[in-house]
Design a binder for this molecule. Structure first.
Ligand SMILES: Nc1ncnc2c1ncn2[C@@H]1O[C@H](COP(=O)(O)OP(=O)(O)O)[C@@H](O)[C@H]1O
Ligand SMILES: [Mg+2]
Length: 239
């Protein structure tokens, strides 16, 4: 068979739920991949990750698990209802689980792999969000321990087998790759950077796919809006 006739199967594509994003990366994420989403505070990381879970549960019947180190369940649910995302309802339908670890219980998360694994298997969780990896990393005292922590975390996530968005705090600068400092962005399969650009006193948001292993993706900054229904990319505009 001629090479050109070989069609690479992309049946295992996971749509992101963010209008405009999938067309930048051949239709969506690769099932089971781990993608780091990084950017400064307020840029929209939590919103993007949540939209991915909501869309998966609502439109594709894929249960989602959100592991939070930064936000409380009640305020999170309340904020998300503003976008029209009713997580109380999804939770009752067993399509969404929110697990919250206050900072002083992060160690517990690291030790509780079995519990989370069981939960993932029982509920059939397909999409996972960790928000944020930075909180996890900071419990370790030395740089070496932090790096080992990231390695362990990524190992766990791979075992769990979900399509995962790993949120990482850190200002993205145009023209350079944000260092998570401890290597999450290097070890993950993909890296999406969110920007909060400021020009003449006005801030605009933008998204860039820096890396997506196994996928042909666009390599430009795309303007990103936060709307009443969540994040949407504006593919026609340029930053
Ligand atoms: N209903 C809404 N409509 C539009 N923008 C919103 C809405 N709710 C929050 N935002 C914007 O989203 C920002 C928070 O985004 P978030 O995803 O929590 O960022 P991050 O996780 O990167 O810190 C807020 O500062 C605000 O600008
Ligand atoms: Mg956040």
């Amino acid at each position: 068979m001629a090479f050109s006739k070989i069609k690479i199967s992309r049946v295992d594509v996971v749509p992101s739920g963010v209008p405009g994003l999938d067309s930048l990366m051949e239709g969506g994420f690769i099932r089971g991949n781990i993608v780091t989403v990084c950017g400064d505070t307020g840029v929209g990381k939590t919103t993007l990750a949540t939209q991915f879970l909501y869309h998966g549960a609502k439109e594709h019947g894929e249960p989602g698990l959100y592991i939070s180190f930064d936000e409380h369940k009640r305020s999170y649910y309340r904020n998300m209802i503003r976008y029209g995302w009713d997580f109380d309802k999804l939770e009752k339908e067993k399509k969404f689980i929110f697990i919250e670890y206050p900072v002083h219980e992060v160690e517990q998360f690291l030790a509780q792999e079995g519990v989370i694994r069981d939960l993932i298997d029982t509920v059939g969780v397909e999409r996972l969000v960790i928000d944020s990896a930075t909180s996890l990393e900071l419990v370790h005292e030395t740089e070496l321990q932090r790096r080992q922590g990231v390695l362990k975390l990524i190992g766990k996530l791979r075992n769990w087998g979900c399509t995962t968005l790993l949120v990482s705090e850190g200002a993205a600068e145009v023209g350079s790759v944000t260092r998570d400092r401890f290597g999450a962005e290097v070890l993950s399969d993909g890296l999406i950077q969110l920007y909060y650009l400021r020009e003449k006193g006005v801030r605009t948001r933008a998204l860039e796919i820096v890396k997506m292993r196994g996928v042909v993706h666009e390599c430009r900054l795309v303007p990103m809006n936060l709307t009443a229904t969540g994040i949407a990319l504006d593919l026609k505009k340029h930053v």
